[in-house]
Structures are given as structure tokens and as C-alpha cells.
Design a protein around this ligand. Sequence first.
Ligand SMILES: C[S@@+](CC[C@H](N)C(=O)[O-])C[C@H]1O[C@@H](n2cnc3c(N)ncnc32)[C@H](O)[C@@H]1O
Length: 258
Amino acid sequence: MSGGAGSTRDWDASVYDRVSDPQLDWGRRVVERLALEGDETVLDAGCGTGRVTALLLERLPRGRVIAVDGSPAMAEKARAALPADRVEVRVADLLELELEEPVDAAFSTAVFHWIADRPRLFRRLHAALRPGARLVAQCGGQGNLAGFMEEVEAVIAREPFAAALEGWERPWLFSSPAEAALALADAGFEQVDCWLEPAPVVLDDPRDFLRTVVLAPHLDVLPDELGDELLDRVLERAGAPLTLDYVRLNITATRGDD
Ligand SMILES: C[S@@+](CC[C@H](N)C(=O)[O-])C[C@H]1O[C@@H](n2cnc3c(N)ncnc32)[C@H](O)[C@@H]1O
């Protein structure tokens, strides 16, 4: 996997598609929260390989989706999986998002915590919505993976990882509901509601999941052999079966009538 320009990076889309059942389960419940007539145009902000986008599309029998992702590999996989006449897949950084026409709703799952510039992200999403349109989203929130990351930090505090990761910036931002609500209101959103939801996940075969999702940013900056060693050490320390202490931040907000 390679780091990308701006706030995006490329992902191992084949493996993500195979291991992302937790994200699919969370996404299914977020899709249900979006009130739709069925004929709208909806933005999927950070569509990944399109597994959750497909669920969104089921709610839009007469509508369409604009699916945006910053990872070319993810977008390619989504494009292959989704009907081209009803889903337009675009490769773009959400921080640079510009749509020709405003959409009727915006949807996003498991994405916002990867984007540190939350004020800019929310301004771009606000600008992409028509007046009165809703944003319904979920991402990692305050306390997400805190216990698991404590184990990871204990491993990487020691050599050979400490030297290799010196100065490396953790890419995630796990906000509290209050922080997210403030940023959304600052971007112009109204009727903002944000809340946390514990969502622990037990993984029977965790190596590929850690490699592709949770520890992918670490592995991006480590040589391959050190990356494998990191996975060994973390799996050993965390024990089996591995429970990941996920906490999701739910978001609903509306673009006012201006
Ligand atoms: C964990 S995946 C979630 C994908 C999908 N929504 C799901 O629930 O399975 C996170 C996705 O966010 C995308 N992403 C992260 N930062 C982004 C940015 N700044 N612009 C566009 N996409 C971004 C990644 O490329 C990746 O596909």
C-alpha cells in the first residue's frame, strides 16, 4: 500500500472487500437511518469497495448515487461491483469535493475519522447538499479502539519499531459528539445530533483485518519484514480471539434552507 497525496491513501481493496463485514454491518444500520423517498441523488462520501453503497442503492429504486473515494483501488473495485447507470464512482479527495449539482442527501460510513481537517470536510459536504438536505454518517468516535491501541502502543514503544516509527503522526481523529457537533454547526449545519455507540467486534481471523484496516497506516511506513513482525507481536500480545473495542460516532445534520 502506498501513501497518497493530500489526506488520501491507497488501500488494498481486494482484502478490504473480503474482511469488511464489520463495516458492512454498521453501514446497514446507518443506511436505515436515512429517510428517503427512493428517487433521490445521494452522495456516498468514502464509498470504499461499494459494499455499503449497494445497500444504499437498494433504498433508491428510482434514484442514483454519486460514490466518491480517494483511493483509486477502492474506487475501481466499487465501479466493477455497482451498476454504472445508477452509480457514478469518482476518485477524489473529499477535502476537494465539488459537485456540479447539489445532492438530495449525503451518507458516509467508516470514513470521517481518517480525515483530520474536519472543518474543511464538513464545509465541503455542506456545499454539496441542496438546502434542506440531510447528512447521515457514522465514523470512529471518542474512545474508538482505545484498549487495542494501548496494546499496539506498548509494542511500538520498543525496538525495532520505535526507531522506525519515530516522528510518525497517527492519522486518526476520534472526536467526541460535542466536538463533532461544534464543527458541523461551524460549517453551517443545523439540527445537528451526534452520539456514541460501542460496537465491539470479535475477529476469528484477525491478521488480514489488522493489516488492511487498523494497522495499515503503521504498515505503510514500515519495511515489509518489520510490518510482519509488528503483526506477530500485536496478535501475540492481544490474545485470541481478538476483540476490537470499536466505538462509533453517529451523525445526523441538515443543511438549512439558507
Ligand atoms: C474503512 S473504509 C470505509 C469504506 C466504506 N464506506 C465502508 O463502510 O466499507 C474508509 C474509506 O475512506 C476513504 N477515504 C479516507 N479519506 C478520504 C478522503 N480524504 N477523501 C476520499 N476518501 C477518503 C478511503 O479511501 C477508504 O476507502
